[in-house]
Design a protein around this ligand. Sequence first.
Ligand code: URA
Length: 255
Amino acid sequence: MVAAVAAAAPAAATEESATLTRPPTGVHSAPVSDAVDRASALRAYADETASCTRCVLSRGRTQVVFGVGNPDADLMFVGEAPGFHEDQQGIPFVGQAGKLLDRLLAGIGLQRSDTYIANVLKCRPPGNRDPMPDEIASCEPHLWRQIELIQPKLVATLGNFATKLLSGKPLGITRVHGQEQEVTLGGNSVLLYPIYHPAAALYTPRMLTVLEQDFARIPELIERAQATTPVTARDEPAPLPAPVQAREAVQLGLF
Ligand code: URA
């Protein structure tokens, strides 16, 4: 679980209440209960995923970039896809965007080891182009399984692709950033919190200011999410909406 967090910052955004149940039908796995078992199941799943060939990106990658951090974290970040450095090192967010993420975390009294960090895609798209819908569809079961096993309380989606996939809605990040909503992900109640992607904020000072403001609310949101009674719909997931096509043309080429 997340260690001590900094003092709560003032609420800056409207809460949008919604009850969504993700992932799509068919990708729920057998429940794994306690934290030690979940951590070891996550390790085993990472090993299995290392040889994934579900989409064409497997042909051009150096390695699968599965995820990094505390397998029992209350706070999880979901980015877009590995870039050049991530593909080389096998770790998400190790380039410039990662350095900014680390700085933002330090600003709220956290380190990346207090969190879990993953991406929508586990393999680098060529030239760091946007993820394609079929790649997202192929890769999303990996992310759902990560969420099922980690059982985060707060999931911060970084940018358009993660936000659209995990919210199940086509609304872009400019419209929904800073607006938390309660959803059910991987059979558990989660506070979903869309924020700008750090790579976008690197080049746009106005976006960086907004990202810093949204980041400042994370400690307060973790506390709120920790206080919420967990949902346990693991054995019998509710009927779900059809998977969304998560691609939209507005995302910038970020890496
Ligand atoms: N951007 C992402 O979305 N993920 C990474 O791992 C690095 C940059």
